[in-house]
Design a protein around this ligand. Structure first.
Ligand SMILES: Nc1ncnc2c1ncn2[C@@H]1O[C@H](COP(=O)(O)OP(=O)(O)O)[C@@H](O)[C@H]1O
Ligand SMILES: C[C@H](O)[C@H](O)[C@@H](O)C(=O)COP(=O)(O)O
Ligand SMILES: [Mg+2]
Length: 476
């Protein structure tokens, strides 16, 4: 009898439910449901449509039933930092405000007046991004103090979705670390930081690790689906799941390439030295208390927005082909400039940057796309230099995972620019990482080492090496 697990991976642009089962030492996947995940405007803020996302999860579970498949377990992973607050009746007090909302403008600067950056970094090891949960909560404290006073429960997005499924309230570790409120050494909520910022320490829930069996779904949901299953916590931070599906990590820098490009390495301890702070690297928590030493690069969000600006007239592969047809050197932008975090119009924002920096302004969709891809690779190259500077070693290869690993032009540009071997895939690394944790918890896979061996045997990974044609252009 096949034993199926069900992964729910909701990234910042799309979500998918993927069934997984082990067959003769290989992991077989079946995508049963895919849906978009767009930011909406609600009550004057940019928000996620959390109700619609839960409905999509339920639709996907029902599709399993329609296929005659009853999963043994389900686990949900999503993007990081965002959260909801519940009142004493476990009702929503807040919308699921998105990390791209401007409510945190200027807040990080205020908080680092209270806490020196060095202290926050030494205690948490987390990068300084204006949208971190710590700054979102501080913004709430300033803008809607009455909400924060009423809050009895803090749940991050996947925690909340797991709560809707089971009625259980926990905070999963890997995602909790992205709040910048977890102490990197105690691996628990940092009471001093929380209390000194005036947050209610009691609203934070017990930290649970990946592989935790949270329990069965609620009876009424089991009745609705026609079957029950257990919730097993994956690494509920999607990047935490994605890196678990990298076939081999030895001497490898990974790029989790989706809406964001998360570039980093797996590490056994937090690196909180000044150089890592200056480079703005983060030490996000991983399964089995590993650390994901990485940094955020603006990522394929930029091409997603450009596609939207062109009314979705072009597919992602169309935009890649159009950029290939552009032969002359294009302008380069600093993709990590906060102006690209949520511009009105990405095309115009890129053109404005090029005009302001005295560069030839890209006009056609192909020129815009090429500018984005080349500029992203420049930022990747800079991050590679920084990683090798901190670790005082050269890394042999780069493994690109996620939807962006399908961008062959980008993969080749990375190989040409970094002069390293580039491995591309698995595409659905996040869903795979989510599934292998459930299978480990169920005793179907021994540990993460065996899981990586299974991934190697189960999924295609393409290799790219530096092409003969020398790449033009330099680091911005
Ligand atoms: N066929 C394709 N060719 C090139 N790029 C692609 C293709 N399909 C998807 N992508 C890239 O993958 C990105 C989405 O990656 P994904 O990991 O699904 O994102 P997320 O998890 O953040 O929602 C898109 O923004 C797009 O740039
Ligand atoms: C805001 C966070 O940095 C972001 O969630 C990032 O950590 C992440 O995991 C994004 O994943 P995508 O799959 O949406 O690119
Ligand atoms: Mg993703």
């Amino acid at each position: 009898m096949k034993k199926y697990c069900l992964s729910v991976d909701i990234g910042a642009s799309s979500g998918r439910l993927v069934l997984g089962n082990l067959e003769k030492g290989r992991l077989e996947l079946e995508e049963v449901h895919r849906f978009g995940n767009e930011i909406i405007e609600k009550n004057g803020h940019f928000c996620w449509n959390i109700e619609a996302l839960f409905d999509e999860i339920k639709s996907g579970v029902k599709k399993c039933g329609n296929l005659g498949i009853v999963p043994v377990s389900i686990g949900i992973d999503t993007w990081a930092v965002d959260f909801v607050l519940l009142d004493e009746h476990d009702q929503l007090l807040t919308d699921a405000v998105a990390y791209r909302d401007p409510r945190t403008d200027g807040v990080m600067e205020e908080v680092t007046e209270i806490f020196m950056k060095e202290r926050l970094y030494l205690e948490t090891g987390i990068q300084f991004q204006k949208f971190n949960t710590i700054y979102q909560l501080y913004a709430l404290k300033k803008q809607q103090p009455e909400l924060l006073e009423k809050a009895k429960t803090f749940l991050m997005i996947p925690d909340y979705l797991h709560f809707l499924l089971t009625g259980k309230k926990t905070n999963e570790y890997t995602n909790a670390t992205s709040t910048q409120l977890i102490n990197a050494f105690t691996r628990n909520w940092d009471k001093d930081i929380i209390r000194e910022l005036g947050f209610n320490y009691e609203m934070f829930q017990e930290i649970k690790m990946p592989k935790t069996v949270l329990g069965p779904i609620k009876k009424e949901l089991a009745a609705e689906f026609g079957f029950t299953m257990d919730v097993i916590l994956p690494a509920t931070h999607d990047t935490g799941s994605a890196v678990l599906a990298i076939p081999q990590l030895e001497d490898t820098i990974y790029i989790s390439s989706g809406t964001w490009s998360l570039i980093g390495v797996e590490n056994y301890f937090p690196i909180c030295v000044t150089k890592a702070l200056d480079y703005n690297f983060t030490n996000e928590g991983g399964m089995d208390y590993q650390f994901r030493f990485l940094k955020n690069i603006m990522g394929l969000w930029m091409i997603q927005e450009v596609r939207r600006n062109y009314s979705n007239r072009y597919s992602f592969s169309d935009l890649v082909e159009l950029s290939k047809a552009v032969t002359e050197t294009t302008a380069l932008v600093n993709v990590d400039d906060s102006r690209f975090l949520k511009p009105e119009n990405m095309v115009e924002e890129i053109q404005g940057y090029c005009m302001e920096t005295g560069q030839k302004v890209p006009e056609s969709p192909g020129e815009i796309a090429k500018c984005i891809f080349e500029s992203l690779v420049n930022s990747y190259q800079r991050a590679v230099f920084e990683i090798e500077d901190i670790f005082e070693k050269e890394f042999k290869s780069i493994n690109v995972i996620g939807g962006g690993s399908q961008n062959e032009l980008l993969n080749q540009l990375i190989a040409d620019t970094t002069k390293k071997e580039v491995f591309a895939g698995p595409v659905e690394a996040t869903a795979i990482g989510n599934l292998v944790v459930q299978l480990i918890a169920l005793g179907e896979i021994a540990d993460i080492k065996e899981a990586r061996r299974i991934v190697q045997q189960s999924f295609e990974v393409k290799k790219y090496v530096k092409s003969e044609v020398e790449k033009q252009g330099g680091v911005v």
